[in-house]
Design a protein around this ligand. Structure first.
Ligand SMILES: *Cc1c(COP(=O)(O)O)cnc(C)c1O
Length: 398
């Protein structure tokens, strides 16, 4: 790796003008302890080799890179998929959950606490807790509990306690507030495990580092298959963890173009999308600075996407900086184009993608049609089993 990772974040968790940590002093003291422990433990031989064993024997890594030939023939270009849908539990999230839970074990913690929106992070963390024999408490808005019943059941089967959140809009933002409050009540025996490259330092850094395995594998696999590096690397961006994972391997390659795909939802009107970098301005949410969809008072705006994993009004601080540096191009894809890609990948390749990941596939199709000489590597962040009932109810068979 080149110089990039030596420079960002700085010692206070800043990525240029973004990131940092803006939280109450008692919470800050706990974060500082986690930061110090992370720096020493994550570099120890024991930690590294235990995590490597987990990835191989429990998660089933490395996940393959697959050349999507039929889709490529259809669009022109060559489209390759990094198959994070084949990671255990069906998405990339387990990569950072196993890392966070392993860190908790080394710190002697007994309980993992987190928020979840659609339930994907909750399921991944409940899986990690079961693996390590730790308690797990997942805070979830009542609206989401009603919408995402199968994931609530999964969490409970895995032994997690699901705490319903009944204030405010009763969705993700309130779930984060509730989980932070629970963590503050017991920061000695519990640890907060955030679900993306967001939140106060050190979370954006830790989650990125645990997701780097995706990029490290993909870079080597793609090179082995083709004898070159891809022209374009494409990933969807909610908070931005799967994108940071795959981008991390190419940040020092000027020739590789990186694309972060944001959800345009139903269109550009406020409340109809979650295209944070496209429409947001610098602001603050959940203890860190980033691009933010906000009202005149700086309060987070309501957001929407067909993919619940992407509808967050903020975005990782590192993405905010990478945008300003011009290192990553942030683009957007709406619901309809996403659903088209969802069906096309299912029918043409036999892979049902998560609606989140289908945003990245849709953008790759656009790139391939624009210039058939290009080779495009897509991070297929997860599988779509969770989305099938919703897609059929709303769009029918195509
Ligand atoms: C949660 C989720 C995302 C969005 O999260 P990021 O942190 O932006 O990666 C994307 N894809 C899938 C399958 C998810 O479950």
């Amino acid at each position: 790796m080149g110089d990039y990772f030596k420079s960002f974040p700085d010692a206070s968790g800043n990525y240029g003008d973004f990131g940092g940590s803006f939280i109450p002093p008692d919470l800050q003291r706990e974060m500082d302890k986690i930061t110090d422990a992370y720096y020493s433990i994550s570099k120890s031989h024991e930690f590294i080799s235990e995590l490597r064993g987990i990835r191989k024997h429990f998660q089933g890594r490395p996940t393959p890179v697959y050349f999507a030939k039929t889709l490529s023939d259809e669009c022109g270009g060559r489209i390759y998929l990094k198959r994070e849908d084949l990671n255990h539990t069906g998405a990339h999230k387990l990569n950072h959950c196993m890392g966070e839970a392993l860190l908790a074990k080394y710190l002697g913690k007994k309980k993992l606490i987190a928020e979840t929106g659609a339930g994907q992070h909750g399921v991944a963390l409940a899986t990690a807790a079961a693996y390590f024999g730790l308690e797990c408490e997942i805070h979830m808005g009542e609206v989401d509990i009603a919408k995402e019943a199968p994931n609530v059941t999964r969490m409970r089967i895995l032994g997690a306690k699901v705490v319903p959140v009944s204030f405010g809009l009763k969705t993700l933002k309130e779930a984060v507030d509730s989980a932070f409050a629970a963590y503050l009540e017991d920061p000695v025996t519990s640890i907060y495990c955030i679900g993306s490259v967001v939140g106060p330092h050190p979370f954006p850094m830790m989650v990125r580092d645990f997701q780097r395995v995706v990029g490290v594998e993909a870079r080597e696999q793609f090179f082995e298959m083709t004898g070159e590096h891809p022209d374009d690397v494409v990933a969807c961006v909610g908070g931005g963890s799967n994108a940071m994972g795959i981008f991390s391997a190419y940040l020092d390659d000027e020739a590789v173009r990186l694309y972060g795909v944001e959800p345009m939802g139903r269109g550009p009107k406020t409340g109809d999308n979650a295209a944070t970098i496209t429409y947001g301005k610098p602001g603050m949410i959940h203890g860190f600075k980033c691009y933010l969809l906000q009202d005149e008072k700086g309060e987070p705006s309501p957001v929407y996407s067909i993919a619940s994993g992407l509808d967050y009004p903020g975005v990782g601080p590192e993405h905010s900086m990478l945008h300003d540096l011009g290192k990553v191009r942030y683009v957007s894809v709406g619901d309809d184009e996403c659903v088209d890609a969802f069906y096309e990948l299912s029918r043409k390749e036999g892979i049902i993608p998560a609606l989140e990941s289908a945003h990245a596939v849709a953008y790759a199709k656009r790139l391939a049609k624009e210039d058939p000489r290009r080779s495009i590597l897509v991070n297929l962040s997860g599988r779509g089993d969770k989305d099938i009932d919703f897609v059929i109810a709303k769009y029918g068979y195509r």
